[in-house]
Design a binder for this molecule. Structure first.
Ligand SMILES: [Zn+2]
Length: 147
C-alpha cells in the first residue's frame, strides 16, 4: 500500500488520487481519462497499464524515503518543496488563512504559539507547521541531498 506516499505527494504539491480498493480496469480507465501516472508496487497492474499506454512508476523499494526518491528520479523532478501544498486528506488546495478566522476551531495551545495557518479549499481541514511538517521538511531535505 502506498497510502502514506500519496499523502506526502499531496503535501509536496502533486495532484494525487489514491485508491485503496479499486480494480485494475477501473484504475486504468480513470488514469487514462485524467491523464495520470499510475504509481504502484503491483507488476501485473504495470503490465496491464503498459498495454494501454498508461505511464506507470513501479515501486521496488521498501522505505518511504526510498520510495519518494524512486518517484522523484523517475519523474525527473529537480527538487522537492512544500511551497504549494495540497491537502493530505482530500487533495484539495491549501490557502493561507488568518488566525482570527479559525480561532474557535484550532486548539487553544496552537492558537497561542503558531502564527501561520492554511486551510483546505475542499474539506476545510486546517494545517499549521507542527511536528508532522517539520519531520516532512527533514525528509525532503534528505531526499533533495540525494538528487
Ligand atoms: Zn482537504
Amino acid at each position: 500500500m502506498l497510502g502514506t506516499i500519496a499523502k506526502k505527494l499531496r503535501m509536496l504539491g502533486f495532484d494525487t488520487h489514491y485508491y485503496n480498493t479499486i480494480n485494475d480496469d477501473d484504475l486504468i480507465t480513470s488514469a487514462k481519462k485524467e491523464n495520470r501516472i499510475i504509481i504502484t508496487k503491483d507488476y501485473i497492474l504495470v503490465a496491464k497499464a503498459a498495454n494501454q499506454d498508461i505511464p506507470t512508476i513501479q515501486i521496488f523499494t521498501i522505505t518511504e524515503k526510498e520510495q519518494l526518491v524512486e518517484i522523484t528520479r523517475k519523474m525527473s523532478w529537480k527538487k522537492l518543496t512544500l511551497d504549494n501544498p495540497r491537502c493530505s486528506i482530500c487533495n484539495g488546495i491549501l490557502q493561507k488563512t488568518s488566525k482570527q478566522d479559525i480561532i474557535g476551531i484550532i486548539p487553544p495551545k496552537v492558537a497561542e504559539s503558531v502564527q501561520e495557518f492554511w486551510q483546505c479549499d475542499k474539506c476545510s481541514h486546517i494545517y499549521w507547521v507542527g511536528t508532522h511538517i517539520r519531520n516532512l521538511e527533514r525528509l525532503i531535505a534528505e531526499i533533495n541531498d540525494t538528487l
